[in-house]
Ligand binder design. Structure first.
Ligand code: HEM
Length: 414
């Protein structure tokens, strides 16, 4: 039987076993930019590279409805989330998130988060040891909660942070982490739905133009207002990923520890370098492994084909470590992004294409803004990094330094 026709073995177990390395390893064994495989019982084609990004985001090629497995919806995104919509339904729902692309709301959110960070840092000096991942999650929760218009009295930041982190941590794995993620989502969807209902009934006044107010009054021209559960899902689709920036904060701390020379430029307030550093953290460290859509029609890419009803995968981690695109991709070098700011479809830790028109993450500006501000604060902090397990296992999705990055000493700003 010729190699093209041979039934392919389903690679779902390999994905679970190899994590981030799964697609890049297979790509290396094939011709380097396309791979035919099987996933979740379906034929799949994995692609990478800026041109492939445009191929992947072409709506006539893939649709998202039915593409995200139920365990991911029940933990990470929520049923009926914007991630799962196509065409007009997607564009209308996406409008809810478009203010995130503007400078002013992002600056206000960054102010809330940096104020919460500075307060938290003052309290660290009374403690022997803090774990930066955990602290960052609480700080980000406090900041985004206040910015999004949630009443702080009803939403204590610490338990909310634990639930938002759990939803991300457990989406890609069976077992106890997954169960925690499901429980966290169920609990928070119920609370957020109640909140949206209170705003709808007038029992609670949401701050004008806050995320809470916007989800509560959002109308889909075809379907009318969002039901309170769907509104809760979309409210969580702002809260949860903002708190997920704590993964990048832990990675930034890891980078400053491994390559301390970057500290000086960040401390000095070099804004362009801070942006390049934030981009390099998002490129270098693993977060989203790949993205997937269901093929609408038979597709061929660089000689390999997938039938309609199959899966098209965009190899996010692989593209962010593509030798051709980045040169020496496994070196952490923010300068590479100073010399040459990334093209739209080159650096894709949060998806590719146009965020207003397609599924690209609308929170990229938020992520970069928060990461810049917090990386500068980290670089200005005096601390000791005690003995701990700083390994970042590539088999774990999502991964992070095993210890969460603990620091000790007088964690006080200079
Ligand atoms: C979509 C990553 C932060 C809101 C996405 C996608 C990725 C991603 C990979 C999928 C793109 C696609 O399907 O084509 C990340 C990472 C983040 C982050 C790694 C940082 C930790 C944020 C933030 C927000 C946000 C801060 C909001 C405040 C969303 C939404 C979508 C999305 C609403 C769905 C967009 C759509 O389907 O049209 N993100 N994101 N994300 N992200 Fe983010």
């Amino acid at each position: 039987m010729d190699a093209h026709r041979r039934p392919l073995i389903d690679r779902t177990p390999a994905l679970l076993a190899e994590g981030y390395a799964w697609l890049p390893n297979r790509m290396r064994d094939s011709n380097g930019s396309v791979l035919r495989t099987r996933l979740l019982g379906r034929p799949a084609l994995a692609v990478r590279g800026p041109e492939a990004v445009r191929f992947f985001y072409d709506e006539s090629h893939v649709r998202r409805h039915g593409a995200v497995p139920a365990p991911v919806l029940d933990t990470l995104f929520g049923q009926g989330a914007v991630h799962t919509l196509d065409g007009d339904a997607h564009r209308t729902r996406k409008e809810l998130f478009l203010p995130l692309l503007e400078a002013d709301p992002v600056a206000r959110l960054t102010d809330h988060v940096t104020t919460a960070w500075d307060e938290a840092v003052r309290s660290w000096s009374e403690r022997d040891r803090v774990v930066l991942f955990d602290e960052a999650a609480v700080v980000l929760t406090r900041g985004v909660r206040d910015w999004a218009g949630l009443p702080p009295r009803s939403f204590d930041a610490e338990p909310l942070a634990l639930d938002l982190v759990a939803m991300v941590d457990g989406f890609a794995t069976p077992g106890p982490r997954h169960l925690r993620a499901r429980r966290a989502r169920a609990r928070q969807e119920t609370r957020m739905a109640r909140l949206v209902e209170e705003v709808g009934s007038g029992d609670l006044v949401a701050p004008a133009d806050s995320v809470l107010e916007r989800v509560a009054r959002h109308r889909d021209p075809a379907e009318g207002p969002l039901d309170s559960r769907t509104a809760a899902v979309e409210l969580l689709n702002v809260l949860r990923p903002t708190v997920a920036v704590s993964w990048f904060v832990a990675f930034a701390a890891h980078a400053l520890h491994r390559w301390p020379a970057h500290r000086e430029r960040l401390r000095g307030g070099d804004a362009e370098f801070a942006t390049a550093f934030a981009h390099e953290v998002r490129r270098f460290y693993p977060f989203a492994p790949f993205l997937g859509g269901r093929t609408v029609t038979g597709l061929t890419w660089h000689g390999e084909s997938v039938p309609a009803g199959g899966i098209l995968l965009l190899d996010v981690y692989g593209q962010n470590h593509d030798e051709e695109l980045w040169g020496d991709p496994y070196a952490f070098r923010p300068e590479r992004l100073l010399d040459r700011p990334p093209g739209r479809d080159e650096l894709i830790p949060q998806g590719g294409g146009d965020p207003a028109a397609g599924h690209r993450c609308p929170g990229e500006r938020v992520t970069v803004g928060l990461l810049e501000a917090l990386a500068v604060r980290l670089a200005r902090l005096e601390y000791t990094v005690p003995e701990q397990d700083l390994r970042i296992p590539l088999r774990r999705i999502p991964t992070r330094p095993r210890s969460g990055f603990a620091v000790t000493g007088d964690a006080l700003p200079d």
